[in-house]
Design a protein around this ligand. Structure first.
Ligand SMILES: NC(=O)c1ccc[n+]([C@@H]2O[C@H](COP(=O)([O-])OP(=O)(O)OC[C@H]3O[C@@H](n4cnc5c(N)ncnc54)[C@H](OP(=O)(O)O)[C@@H]3O)[C@@H](O)[C@H]2O)c1
Length: 331
């Protein structure tokens, strides 16, 4: 099968299309014919081994390969069709169209991927193409997890910082579907797209610092590593919640004492990415509550371009790498 392979850490140019062996499902596993995979910021970080948050560099390097990557095919969020079943699989069926997450296994930049039956997979939303569906799981699973943990109530005011990124795009829409008033913060180039998906207010972070405008929020959902922890807390109403998707080590240390000794709650977590959450997301998409703005879809051969666009943020919406099968499946 064809796959985008990287055999060394480095710039986007280390990604190469190669022929590799097709994986074979063992007992309790399924083989999935991948249609498309999102090119994510996390893929770029794993490829370059450069992270905005530094504290997990060493444990991750030990886990993923000290001199070169052990798993050489990236891609964690994808859509596809179940191609064949290993022994004992009962939850999934041959020919089923699915979307989901590979978790730490990665591999969706290959034409086929093997996953355990209990992986985070659900039926692809009927009203999305495979390419659109591939752009959903990362952002929507993370946004749903944090906003549910923040217990957003109808009528509350939620600020999404980094609203134009893969997670923020879903954060805005899920907060709206929970009945919140939403303020989105990102750069001006993304304003039209962010207003189009439902944000009530927009702040251009290059012009204004939302923490210095004298406004306060019930929930701040923050994807931006360099945010000021103290000023974000001061921008919360009494009993406000601060959800950090990308916490610096110092903020991990501050989070629990803040929650214990103040009326504010700080939420730091690795989103669990459950099948139940993914099914809820599918239902919300089919009800028309969540849309999927794509910047572009590129073929395997343009994976370098996909990573360049995501890494440099020269995009408005998600970037998806397609195995070119949407046409053969009729969208
Ligand atoms: N906790 C978890 O379970 C979890 C799971 C997945 C990912 N993550 C991490 O979360 C991070 C963010 O995720 P993502 O995929 O949504 O990132 P992303 O797609 O890179 O989005 C970040 C957005 O923030 C904007 N931005 C940059 N600086 C800003 C600032 N100062 N103020 C406001 N907005 C700003 C960026 O726009 P411009 O740069 O164009 O201005 C971009 O639109 C990644 O580093 C990823 O590793 C955490």
């Amino acid at each position: 099968m064809k796959a985008i392979v990287y055999t060394e850490y480095g710039p986007p140019e280390v990604l190469q299309v190669q022929e590799v062996e097709r994986p074979v499902p063992s007992k309790g596993e399924v083989l999935i014919r991948v249609h498309a995979a999102e090119a994510t910021k996390a893929d770029c970080e794993l490829r370059s081994f450069k992270f905005p948050v530094k504290w997990f560099w060493l444990p991750l390097r030990l886990a993923l390969g000290i001199r070169r990557p052990r798993r050489q095919i990236l891609g964690a969020y994808f859509s596809g069709v179940i191609d064949s079943l290993g022994d004992g699989v009962t939850r999934l069926e041959d020919g089923q169209a699915v979307f989901g997450s590979t978790g730490l296994r990665v591999g969706a930049y290959g034409e086929y991927v093997v996953l355990p039956e209990k992986a985070t997979l659900a039926d692809k939303p009927r009203n999305l193409s495979f390419e659109e569906a591939a752009a959903v799981p990362l952002g929507a699973l993370n946004a749903l997890h944090f906003l549910r943990r923040a217990k957003v109530q109808p009528g509350e005011h939620v600020l999404v910082n980094g609203a134009g990124g893969s997670i923020g795009i879903f954060g805005v829409q899920i907060a709206k579907s929970m009945g919140a008033e939403v303020t989105a913060v990102d750069c001006a180039a993304k304003e039209a797209m962010i207003r189009d998906i439902g944000a009530d207010h927009f702040i251009d972070y290059e012009q204004e610092d939302f923490t210095r405008l004298g406004r306060s929020y019930d929930v701040i959902f923050d994807m931006v590593v360099k945010s000021s922890y103290a000023r974000c807390l001061r921008s919360l109403k009494p009993k406000g919640r601060y959800a950090l998707a990308n916490p610096r080590f110092i903020n991990l240390l501050r989070a629990y004492p803040t929650s214990w000794f103040s009326d504010k709650d700080v939420i730091v977590a690795l989103a669990r990415e459950t099948v139940e959450e993914l099914r809820d997301i599918k239902d919300a998409i089919e009800r028309g509550e969540i849309r999927v703005p794509l910047d572009r879809v590129v073929p395997l051969e343009e994976a370098v371009l996909a990573h360049q666009l995501v890494e440099s943020e020269q995009r408005v919406g998600m970037v998806v790498i397609s195995h070119g099968r949407d046409e053969e499946a009729g969208g």
